[in-house]
Design a protein around this ligand. Structure first.
Ligand code: TMP
Length: 204
């Protein structure tokens, strides 16, 4: 049996990440290919409880508490990931890059601390491929304005999201072969087509 990949979807708010992950799920469903889809923070009952706590508009945690809560949510997903690692396709809506992009590049938490904690949780688990959805300044503004139910992390100013996006791009430049940038200013169907062609290659 061929080894099944971990495929991650990353990007700031309004970058089209959720649209594309659901297009990939529908594609796999249609082909009757089994996969596991999780989102972070969240994914299972405990992790979803932590998600509600972090993103609740009434929460007012400091950046280190946020980091530890995101990691706590990840910790609750680790068994699911470990049990299917290389056996089932795993689609993950945000993962370790989000923690570095938001908590380090966005909020200034020490990057080595984040890497150590991620390593502690993940051990030998490695992401095979990441689709990084990027959005330009004008579209970011209009997309953020259009969002209906805003959570605590939807309300930062534009400069914060720009820092986070730059951070994501920096991470993708470290190992370009494992990333595909998806420019959300381009035609959505063409992007979908590109993503699905890469998915075909990753799962064959
Ligand atoms: P979502 O709305 O795309 O599910 O993401 C929830 C928010 O959590 C989003 O603003 C990004 C943020 N986040 C972090 O700040 N650090 C993390 O490690 C993760 C997984 C998400």
């Amino acid at each position: 049996m061929s080894k099944k990949p971990i495929i991650v979807f990353e990007g700031i708010e309004g970058s089209g990440k959720s649209h594309h992950i659901s297009a990939v799920s529908k594609y796999l469903d249609k082909k009757r290919i089994s996969y596991i889809k999780i989102r972070e923070p969240g994914g299972n009952l405990n992790s979803e409880k932590i998600r509600r706590l972090i993103l609740n508009n009434k929460s007012d945690f400091n950046k280190n508490t946020d980091l530890l809560l995101y990691l706590a949510a990840r910790s609750e997903n680790i068994n699911t990931i470990k049990n299917s690692y290389k056996k089932k396709i795993l689609l993950i809506d945000r993962f370790t890059d989000s923690t570095i992009a938001y908590q380090h590049f966005g909020m200034g938490v020490d990057i080595n601390l984040i890497k150590t904690l991620n390593k502690f949780l993940l051990k030998n688990i490695k992401v095979d491929f990441t689709f990084l959805n990027v959005v330009n300044k004008r579209n970011l503004y209009s997309r953020l304005k259009k969002r209906k139910s805003l959570n605590r992390y939807d309300k930062f100013d534009m400069s914060f999201y720009r820092k986070v996006q730059k951070g994501f791009i920096k991470l993708s430049n470290i190992n370009k072969k494992k990333y595909q940038l998806i420019d959300s200013n381009l035609d959505i169907k063409e992007n979908e087509h590109l993503i699905l062609s890469i998915i075909d290659r990753l799962i064959k």
